[in-house]
Design a protein around this ligand. Sequence first.
Ligand SMILES: [Zn+2]
Length: 754
Amino acid sequence: MQFRSFRVARLTGAVVVLFAIIAQAASTQDRSLLGFDATSTSAERVLEERFDASLRTEDLRAWLKRLSARPHHVGSPYGKENAEFIASQFRAWGFDTQIEEFSVLFPTPKTRIVELISPEKYTAKLTEPAIAEDATSNQASEQLPVYNAYSADGDVTAPLVYVNYGVPRDYEELTQRGIDVKGKIVIARYGGSWRGIKPKVAAEHGAVGCLIYSDPRGDGYFQGDVYPKGAWRNENGAQRGSVADMPLFPGDPLTPGVGATADAKRLDLKSAPTLTKIPVLPISYGDAQPLLRALGGPVAPESWRGSLPLTYHLGPGPATVHLKVESNWDRVMARDVIARLRGSERPDEWVVRGNHHDAWVNGADDPLSGEVAMMAEGRALGELVKSGWKPKRTIIYCSWDGEEPGLLGSTEWAEAHADELRKKAVVYINSDSNARGFFGVQGSHTIEKFINEVARDVVDPEKKISVGERARAQQILTGTNEARREARERADLRIGALGSGSDYTVFLDHLGVAALNLGYGGEGDSGGVYHSVYDSFDHYTRFVDPDFAYGIALAQTGGRAVLRFANAEVLPYAFSNFSDSVGKYVHEVAELADDMREDSKEKNRRIADKTFVAVFDPTEPYVVPTPDEPVPFLNFAPLQNAFSRLQESARKYDAASRANGSKLSAQTQQALDQALMQTERAMVREQGLPRRPWFKHQIYAPGFYTGYGVKTLPAIREAIEQRNWTEAEQQIGLVSDTISQIAAAIDRATAQLK
Ligand SMILES: [Zn+2]
């Protein structure tokens, strides 16, 4: 899944903050790389040239063709074949390779019914037919039908309500118009949040069923010609996907916090908290159109309307819908391919690189475009090993299974090896889908400077400038005023923080391992076949990255990141960029409380003055809002003090490391590595976030009501958003304490440099 935020954001016309950088006037080739001295920098650059020389587009094409030849979801026969093929390749390249298996809950559909029963009859087709121009679209017997994994079983009949994206704000709007979804079936369009949020919020509001459809405005004919004429979603295309409550915890729903080994203790299916409370199914716009046309009630607000040729009404009814979902609640084997190159000097420091291999159907774009680039890295590293090179640190290439249903393979593997990973993992580098276009990166800000150096050294295949420079230009052209200013003035690209949506989640959020998510995109048209049978080799090589030029760029990027982390004299962390981002977040949460205070004051004043009553149209239903509780002044001083300390510690480390990082003895370098690893671990708190203890990181988390979208300083930010002032005050204290501990851990690293 994942990396969609990137493309979908483009589809909806939103501005994507990829990052921002400043142009490097002088040649960057002269400078030492972070973590290297002048001599080892030269050796590293020579090595990277040899690495690049081994990357071949014909490999990517052949692997993509082979791996996408048949459907390969978790537990499928071809998924097993793919895992074995990938393992055999890494083995041939000299990696010590195993397939690790986990037994995970993976429901597949038994019954799927969506029918309009009044005012007229329509039975939804719920199928994506074969297309002559798409060679793998006719493999019906192996394709998973269109469904949402981890939907509750249910059989409900009720009036329909249109809820826009189905996020909390949309329900506020409905309430204001006197519309209650209690006892109703809701229909939401894709977009606006991660899909799993839609049934969750619908159930919280008392709905009994949920349909999610792909409006042509999002990824259909509003965007461009539909498949097979063009790349975009046709009237039968629908988006499969997981709806498990992953903001609570990802991975196998039955084994939170532990690896889903054969003998693991499992929750009872009935008490598994991440399954949905109500049945949910995804449908195409072909199937949605008769349902939406049959809705009455008020006309939907303008921003809620899609691109179907009809007037969008809210309901409820008179459209009445019958929805029935039943699954086979089976456990299947997830097969992770784990391939190691042992470090020659510091084998107990692990550089972990991963991409998933499972798909919803044939998955050429998602995930294989990233997987084949990662395989090219593996092959090129194998060539370097054959010529005598050895990595200083251990390198582990992971091809994950079961990512699509809920990050199953990565989560279970990391939970099973948690103790070892806490001691040894120095970084996790992820990729997923990949396309033509701009370099995109999100990740830990302690390695922001590091990935900026990488981006300066990879050449964009279309523009022949560095991929960092091209991303900067894009930011200047399309960013907000603030982003444009930073793009011109800040020394490094500001990378986005990580929410969730791909396999980095367990490493960053659960274990406190610095993580990066890398990929290219924004030009190839791939959004329209996301999670459908038409995400195929034929589609990918026509519309997404036909000559695999950006597959090679991804391999160059991921490969450099791995090689530099594995070879550096000292781990390439730097802290000033991190403290800069934390400072931004501290400012944002304080501002959030201030803005909410002003908004609540204004709203209460309008209620008291009868402004709403004076304005609303008496022929339309309208409910005057209830007054807000006033927003108190919160004491952010502990947070600001902790931030000051962090800023000072970060400045001291970066200055000391610039001054003498290269003159350290091997023993000191190793001790420094250990101290640096601890700075990352200091960002997690064992108790985790309120009501979701699996998520332990105190700086980043996926939002409880956004899913993929990140919440920074999540414990504080979400308490404020939920108007829980007592909790906000408590969390300000706890997060301040965590930030002070990060500062102390950085000081211990700095002490190694003296
Ligand atoms: Zn994916």
